[in-house]
Design a protein around this ligand. Structure first.
Ligand SMILES: *Cc1c(COP(=O)(O)O)cnc(C)c1O
Length: 489
């Protein structure tokens, strides 16, 4: 493909996406395809001869569209949002077009420097204490990771190395093998409401993850955490890292950071805060109460790629002492050495697991500038309001009970009575595919999560979802003779 065709293809693609997003409301949010549908539509071999881009673009409609779940449909209320915005999309395109790999400062100075600056901007926007910022004295700083999962794994690995380092300093005579053997005694802690990626980090890092039973508010309390730590210490195990969550996946609960931090500092444990979804709300000062005590944490992560309009992938991680990251993650090779290494700019390869890294800061910069802090705050507030609106609708129908009230953009609820009712409602909703929600079972109770996800969602879409909820609930309680016999729909 030459540059001229690229111009045409690229412009046609932008038109395609603008049409798609403008009309996404009218598409059924969930597709009708069956597993394996695409095999019937595509050839068995890659084409031998070049094809025209117009043919490829046509196949977007024929083969891809029918199998898409429309994450940006205003009727998408499952999981949590994934960000999408015009400035974010263009930022992605720019990053692909420039195609730099910024693993050291020298490998592309602009990509490192823009990342340092935008992460300071973002850190200030969410009220992060100065110890986490690179513009303040000390060793704090931010870095973009691909995902919250990577950020958690990274911090777990760094905490593990920090422990080995400290042990070595205290006992310089220990051999490499002896140091390695003690790693087998490390343990990590998180709430049983934490994201699956937290448990996975423990598996990947070979540090067993104790999932602390959450209390009645779905929070990990300091006392439950302490009890688990003390039991492990008695067994001769070594607590290494605690992962707190702000905005748990099932119910958007917040762990009490200050209480947990007190336990962590008492036992010298790394405290990582996973605020993947909720962190974006911290740009609104009225939500900062959830991160009370954050100044005591070692690391903090949230995903602008979830609720802050920066397209996936863009996960912001800040640490208080970047030297610990570098100590755990740096491997030196002659070809990676450059003359500006000690000039105060990070070599981001030492702040992450992979070597290569995309120019992700561009899309963050585009979104921050083209929306501005005010519009982003308005966006978060409007989404929270819609969740509250849905809660009000639920409260007006006494067949429903609120499981957890609207918090951020999430409200969870159930049908009164046995779990069977709620499960039937979920099954009806999945079958009709007018809206997309997911259910969960928490504390033995079946519930449905309703999250405001799309940036296109308005109050009338919330009403649309409510009407669908009412219709499908009517069917649950219909006692037609055929239903009485087979018991389900
Ligand atoms: C979504 C989410 C994650 C996983 O985020 P990725 O960026 O997809 O890895 C982790 N923790 C919480 C609390 C989340 O909401």
């Amino acid at each position: 493909m030459d540059a001229q065709s690229f111009r045409e293809f690229g412009k046609a693609a932008i038109d395609y996406l603008a049409d798609y997003l403008e009309n996404v409301r009218d598409k059924q949010v969930l597709p009708n395809v069956e597993p394996g549908y695409m095999r019937k539509l595509l050839p068995e071999e890659a084409p031998e001869e070049p094809e025209d881009w117009r043919e490829v673009l046509k196949d977007m409609d024929r083969a891809i569209m029918p199998g898409l779940t429309h994450w940006h449909s205003p009727h998408f209320h499952a999981f949590y949002p994934t960000a999408n915005s015009y400035p974010g999309i263009v930022g992605e395109m720019m990053s692909a077009g420039l195609g730099t790999i910024g693993f050291t400062w020298m490998s592309s100075p602009a990509s490192t420097e823009l990342e340092v600056i935008t992460l300071d901007w973002l850190g200030k926007m969410i009220g992060l204490p100065p110890q986490f910022l690179s513009c303040s004295p000390g060793y704090g700083g931010g870095v973009l990771q691909g995902s919250a999962s990577e950020a958690t794994l990274l911090c777990l690995l760094v905490a593990r190395e920090r422990y080995v380092q400290r042990l070595h300093e205290k006992n310089p005579s220990l051999t490499e093998q002896e140091l390695r053997a003690t790693k087998a005694k490390l343990v990590a802690y998180a709430s049983d409401q934490s994201n699956s990626s937290v448990e996975k980090a423990g598996i990947l890092g070979s540090v067993p993850m104790r999932l602390i039973p959450a209390d009645e508010k779905f929070q990990m309390s300091g006392s439950n955490l302490r009890a688990a730590i003390e039991a492990d210490l008695k067994e001769g195990l070594v607590p290494c890292i605690v992962i707190s969550t702000l905005g748990t996946t099932p119910t958007c609960a917040n762990d009490p950071l200050r209480e947990i931090a007190a336990v962590c500092s008492e036992f010298g444990i790394w405290h990582h805060v996973d605020a993947a979804y909720s962190g974006a709300a911290l740009i609104c000062p009225e939500y900062r109460y959830i991160c009370e005590g954050i100044e005591l944490a070692d690391s903090f992560n949230f995903n602008p790629h979830k609720w802050m309009l920066v397209n996936f992938d863009c996960s912001a991680l800040w640490v208080k002492d970047s030297r610990e990251l570098v100590a755990a993650m740096s491997v030196d090779r002659a070809y990676l050495v450059h003359t500006q290494q000690d000039a105060g700019m990070p070599d981001y390869r030492n702040w992450q697991i992979p070597l290569g890294r995309r120019f992700r800061a561009l899309k963050l910069w585009f979104v921050l500038r083209i929306y501005g802090v005010k519009k982003l705050q308005e966006y978060i507030r409007a989404q929270c309001k819609l969740a509250t609106d849905f809660e009000m609708l639920l409260r007006g129908d006494d067949r429903f009970e609120i499981f957890t009230p609207a918090h951020m953009g999430l409200v969870t609820f159930r049908l009164k009575g046995p779990n069977e009712n709620t499960n039937k409602l979920m099954a009806n909703l999945q079958k009709s595919k007018k809206i997309y929600v997911v259910g969960a079972e928490v504390g033995g109770k079946a519930m449905i999560r309703f999250a405001i996800c799309s940036r296109f969602t308005t109050f009338s879409d919330v009403e649309f979802a409510w009407n669908e909820m009412v219709n499908q609930t009517d069917k649950v309680f219909l006692t037609l003779p055929e239903n009485a016999t087979n018991g389900h729909f």
